[in-house]
Design a protein around this ligand. Sequence first.
Ligand code: ASP
Ligand code: MG
Length: 419
Amino acid sequence: MPLLVMKFGGTSVADLDRIRNAAQKVKAEVARGYDVIVIVSAMSGKTNQLVGWVNETSPLYDAREYDAVVSSGENVTAGLMALTLQEMDVPARSWQGWQVPIQTTSQHGAARFVDIPRANLDAKFAEGFKVAVIAGFQGVSAEGRITTLGRGGSDTTAVAFAAAFDAERCDIYTDVDGIYTTDPRITSKARKLDKISFEEMLELASLGAKVLQTRSVELAMRYKVRLRVLSSFDDTNDQSGTLVCDEDEIMESKVVSGVAYSREEAKLTLVTVEDRPGIAAAIFGPLSEAGVNVDMIVQNISEQNYKGREKPVTDMTFSCPVEQVARARKALETARDAGSISYDALEIDEDAAKVSVVGIGMRSHAGVAARMFRALAEEGVNIKVIATSEIKISVLIDRKYMELAVQALHDAFELDKAG
Ligand code: ASP
Ligand code: MG
């Protein structure tokens, strides 16, 4: 039997009506001749509530018990989905992570897959069951404890099952009808993409496009799982969604495929640090140990060099999410107090946002950066930091210009036009 994986996010299983609506879509695929593995999230808002209860009960909680509580939302929807399908005469059975068993590492709250053995589900399909409903976001450690995969982890569960069971496709049902060139709330010119490559999606997901968990895209890229993102709400219109696939499947692609942003960024500059081997490791080691997600890094000549200093010095600038600034400051001050680094000042700018253009076409086209900078200059937007990769250019700018910058770049690269 050909097999499909269908994943329903929180808004798609928000209440019994929504679950029935989702079950109809599963039934339709069964009628087309597929065996289906359904992955469900918790009802929308449920996981937040559970996390809140854990924090209220025990601020420095035992992560094993966090997982025991927080994984439970998916158990409810898995059972309800199986019951709903049975009511529609579709033979279905639900599975919690440990029953499959979905084997993961023991990093509670951020576990990773180790293995998904097929035997139990294959046996059930062989008995005549048409649908296996799996509680997303969870697994079981070698110690036999329940684990969770990190917020948004059901996407990753879906892709992992699609890979383990050689699914024809992995359909991710959500509340938007696909991946857009940028956030439609920022510009009405945003256009839904028919296809996007794994690599571009990976950049967009990690740059703040919140539709898919980044790890699910990594996994899909590694195992070449064709992912389709589509809405469970739109029953009438175009149901094709966006296919996330290998770039070979995309005939023609534009130089830039999308504009991503992340609103709450901070820029930190260590003024006058020693310019010597090991200084970057001495700065960024403690930051990483403190769990600070450093993104852009720029090292530049310090003007102090021209002021009669004996030893060469440099300034080090980096960006991180605003919410991590306090942690970053503490890590740097601790390192300074311990004598492993020295600096004259730590300048912190918490009013930044990051805007990025992404596209595999950049590999073979020159002039993308110039076009981007010109578009920003024409709007009078000042750039604080620039970072590039093979298929992405990011700039840090004043937060108040973020929307303007996204709109200007969307226009400059003519993303409203197809092809
Ligand atoms: N329910 C979990 C969360 O809200 C996992 C998921 O929905 O993907 O993060
Ligand atoms: Mg999600």
